[in-house]
Ligand binder design. Structure first.
Ligand SMILES: NC(=O)N[C@@H](CC(=O)O)C(=O)O
Ligand SMILES: [Zn+2]
Ligand SMILES: [Zn+2]
Length: 352
């Protein structure tokens, strides 16, 4: 069957292996979108202050569950924010107690909420040794932070200056190279051992860097790592649809208030949770790879993490979905990815 003849996908319920659920009112506003489409999500710890202890992660998990309508079947998978002072014993205890699923490396100042990040990876070597020993995955925001490095080269420079050494020094550590944006990263992951994987966002499969400057500056197309040239987007599409088990779904949904996006110093982050599956399926459809979508969305992630696959199923149909310009009212409104566009797929269509 050619792709255009497929009008309905029924797949295991997907998981989102990279989300920002925020906290407080924003958490209540955004978490239901992720819980609507996904069974589980890896929750990023870049709150203010960051989630650096088992107690903080456990309390955050409770706030996430409390923010969802009762009866919602959704499992937040918590992460620890690594700092120069991370205590390996905290990681081991959190992992053993089932609180931490993974730990996150933000190079200091690399992105939103990374001010408390790691200044030199050598500082977390004791933590990484413990994680390697207990099988706890390391999640990496892979951008070099040297201000001399061009913003479009930061991911490639990070591979060369940091990631290659980490993989060499911790050959048995599970590493997820998060939200990859370049052909360099896709090749590095493809050519690496079985314990290196990567998440890919919808935006990096759909836009290139021109979108940030289309007719004027477009703050809602700005995220980190920043979208790159077309050849990188094409390489990411090949990686995502290749059938390789190393690449899996991670939206990096990163909501910010409209006033923080449409600003002289706008925040990085794209809020893609509301139509995430529609967005990814569009890409797999365009690439003639709808038959590979279930593995990318629902199988490769849990297998990499060593978690069971979801048993329930979801339906995504070929049907028009109009994406609103804004979701929510007044100051609480958020601009979703694809605002104002019509997508050709619809998640969980009303029966009939
Ligand atoms: N992706 C982004 O542009 N922003 C994320 C941080 C991150 O994932 O780097 C955020 O928390 O806003
Ligand atoms: Zn990041
Ligand atoms: Zn992120």
């Amino acid at each position: 069957m050619t792709s255009t003849e497929i009008t309905r996908l029924e797949i295991r319920r997907p998981d989102d292996w990279h989300v920002h659920l925020r906290d407080g009112e924003m958490l209540a506003r955004v978490a239901p979108y992720t819980a609507r489409q996904f069974a589980r999500a890896i929750v990023m710890p870049n709150l203010n202050p960051p989630v650096t202890t088992v107690e903080a992660a456990s309390a955050y998990r409770e706030r996430i569950l409390a923010a969802l309508p009762s009866g919602t079947a959704f499992t937040p998978l918590m992460t620890s924010y690594l700092t120069d002072r991370t205590d390996p014993a905290d990681l081991e205890r959190g992992h053993a107690e089932g609180v931490y699923t993974a730990a996150k490396l933000y190079p200091a100042h690399a992105t939103t909420g990374a001010a408390h990040g790691v200044t030199d990876v050598k500082n977390i070597y004791p933590a990484l040794e413990a994680m390697q020993r207990i099988g706890m995955p390391l999640l990496v925001h892979g951008e070099d932070t040297d201000p001399q490095v061009d913003v479009f080269d930061r991911e490639a420079v990070f591979i060369e200056k940091t990631l290659t050494g980490l993989v060499r020094d911790f050959p048995a550590l599970k590493i997820v190279f998060e939200h990859i944006t370049t052909e360099d990263a896709a090749d590095f992951v493809r050519d690496g051992g079985p314990n290196i994987g990567a998440t890919i966002t919808p935006q990096h499969l759909i836009i290139n860097r021109n979108a940030i400057f289309a007719g004027g500056i477009r703050p809602h197309a700005y995220c980190l790592p920043i979208a790159k040239r077309e050849r990188h987007r094409l390489a990411l599409r090949r990686a995502a649809t290749s059938g390789s088990p190393k690449f899996f779904l991670g939206t990096d949904t990163a909501p910010h208030a409209v006033s923080a996006k449409e600003n002289a110093c706008g925040c990085a982050g794209i809020f893609n949770a509301p139509f995430a599956l529609e967005s990814y399926v569009k890409v797999f459809d365009e690439e003639g790879a709808l038959d590979r979508f279930e593995a990318f969305a629902s199988e490769n992630g849990p297998r990499f993490y060593g978690l069971p696959l979801n048993e329930d199923r979801v339906v995504i149909e070929r049907a028009e979905t109009v994406v609103p310009e804004r979701l929510g009212e007044g100051g609480a409104a958020l601009v979703p990815f694809h605002a104002g566009e019509t997508l050709g797929w619809q998640f969980a269509p009303a029966s009939g």
